[in-house]
Design a protein around this ligand. Structure first.
Ligand SMILES: Nc1ncnc2c1ncn2[C@@H]1O[C@H](COP(=O)(O)OP(=O)(O)OP(=O)(O)O)[C@@H](O)[C@H]1O
Ligand SMILES: [Mg+2]
Length: 264
């Protein structure tokens, strides 16, 4: 595996890497989004207001002081209501987003399967998108070419491979996305609510692949609104509420706590 990645303003020395088994560590991670208070209609208006420093923002903390450790080889679930900050957390770990405050360590090669369609282009064909997405995920052209048939096979979209992606159903896009991201076993696989749009047969295939990866040492982070899926697949889980870590622990306990809270 690669050496740990630190991406904040004060990189830490290798010796400070906490524990050999920990592959993701968050320390006081907060993410602030700034929402402009008024609607700005043109770039000209934006430029003038920006120069005059007259753009007013509301701060919104999508993640607030989240600390956690994820160990190698676990399937770690993340649950919470819409807007709780789950996707934001995954983006921080995938290094798509830099935290406003706090530190993030990630050790190993990450294959992020973020929200549906991320890394895909609707006008390109399935074939072209496999290459685009694969390259974005850090695979080489030769690797993608070698795995191309397997990718199509797993996604089961062969009839559509040369049709533009916009002609695909939601489930077909998800199948292709999952298939590309998992063509080779990554150190850390991040899956944001992609499984739920696939049909039952495909979900089973994905679950089998996830458990097979886990047996071979991959760490998996799984966001899902299906608490049944989290309870079934995950070892541990975290429950986010309004950007804060409400509970972390054994998946069954966290799911029970979350369900208990949701019932009237
Ligand atoms: N680019 C952005 N600019 C401003 N606010 C944002 C941005 N992205 C997300 N947010 C806000 O941050 C909060 C957390 O969003 P996030 O996408 O992480 O939620 P989530 O838990 O993944 O929700 P869901 O279950 O609906 O996928 C939401 O209130 C959302 O409106
Ligand atoms: Mg989300």
């Amino acid at each position: 595996m690669n050496s740990p990645t630190v991406f904040d303003n004060q990189p830490k020395a290798m010796e400070e890497w906490p524990n050999n088994e920990v592959v993701v560590r968050l320390e006081g991670v907060s993410v602030r989004y700034r929402l402009p208070r008024e609607r700005i209609v043109s770039f000209k208006e934006y430029a003038i207001l920006a120069l005059q420093r007259r753009i007013r923002y509301d701060d919104f903390w999508a993640l607030a002081d989240v600390s956690m450790e994820i160990r190698q080889g676990e399937i770690f679930g993340i649950i919470g209501l819409n807007g709780a900050g789950k996707s934001t957390l995954l983006k921080v770990i995938s290094r798509v987003l830099k935290p406003t405050l706090g530190r993030v360590w990630v050790r190993g090669r990450v294959a992020p399967l973020l929200e549906l369609g991320a890394g895909f282009h609707p006008e390109l064909t399935g074939r072209e998108n496999v290459f685009l997405n694969g390259l974005l995920l850090g695979y080489t052209q030769a690797e993608i070419t070698n795995h191309f048939e397997e990718i199509l096979d797993f996604a089961d979209i062969s009839g559509f491979v040369d049709a533009p992606l916009r002609t695909y159903s939601t489930g077909m896009v998800a199948r292709l996305g999952f298939s590309v991201a998992t063509m080779k076993q990554p150190d850390i696989l991040i899956v944001d609510e992609v499984l739920s749009v696939g049909d039952e047969q495909f979900q089973r295939k994905c679950q089998n692949r996830l458990t097979q990866f886990q047996e071979n040492g991959t760490t998996i982070l799984l966001v899902s609104h299906s608490t049944d899926l989290i309870a079934k697949l995950c070892n541990r889980a975290a429950w986010l509420e309004h950007g804060q870590l409400r509970m972390i622990g054994e998946a069954l306990d966290v799911v029970a706590g979350y369900r208990g809270n949701a019932s009237p």
